[in-house]
Design a protein around this ligand. Structure first.
Ligand code: ZN
Length: 210
């Protein structure tokens, strides 16, 4: 199982970190040992002093494929979850400054928190998927996948040019603006809006920092 992640996929988030808007999706990976499921807490890693949350919509890959064409890309996923791409921002900054790989800042144990999956049809409306993140009960991030620089189908095409997609692989599709630090004791909760006029918020993800 692979965890594929997309960086800078919302213009407002690229801007908040003073990064240019990419011409192609920025792709990186986390190892399977990064996965944090079943609402388990994340233990604040000792090597960072700036642990950040990044709430993201996560696609689960339904079938195997490589070199997928755009017209078929939608057949490769049918469920989404919310996830948190935990990032040691201080380490990432150091790695980037030196031109080094940033796995230690992004792929450490527990850095890929993943909530429960829902069928895409349940949550995809005219704005794509609308989702938000609470930190200790207050909203800190809100996004809608209509604003993705590279939408889901385009991600499937681009990723599968380099990496064979396997059933069960995950794609973290990028984070909107509002990323920020967490401290020990914080509680994060992710919600998606159910499709339809009631705009019911479905709780999909919970993660405490310990
Ligand atoms: Zn991210």
């Amino acid at each position: 199982m692979k965890i594929i992640c997309i960086g800078r996929n919302y213009a407002d988030h690229a801007k908040e970190l003073n990064n240019p808007i990419p011409a192609a999706p920025l792709i990186f990976m986390k190892p399977s040992s990064a996965l944090l499921v079943n609402q388990k807490p994340l233990y604040y890693p000792e090597f960072t002093e700036e642990l950040h949350y990044e709430a993201e919509v996560v696609l689960k890959i339904d079938r195997n494929g490589r070199h997928v064409q755009e017209e078929f890309a939608h057949k490769y996923y049918s469920q989404i979850a919310l996830g948190i791409d935990f990032t040691a921002r201080d380490i990432q900054r150091r790695c980037k400054a030196k031109g080094h790989p940033w796995e230690i800042a992004k792929g450490f144990d527990g850095s890929a928190a993943l909530g429960s999956f829902v069928p895409l049809d349940e949550v995809r409306g005219e704005n794509g998927i609308e989702f938000f993140l609470h930190k200790n009960g207050e909203e800190v991030q809100r996004g809608r996948t209509r604003d993705l620089l590279f939408p889901f189908d385009r991600l499937i095409v681009e990723v599968s040019r380099y990496f064979k997609l396997h059933m069960g692989d995950l794609i973290f599709t990028g984070t909107p603006a509002g990323v920020g630090p967490v401290q020990i004791g914080d509680e994060l909760e992710g919600f998606a809006i159910r499709r339809g006029p009631a705009r019911e918020a479905i709780p999909l993800l919970r993660c405490a920092i310990k």
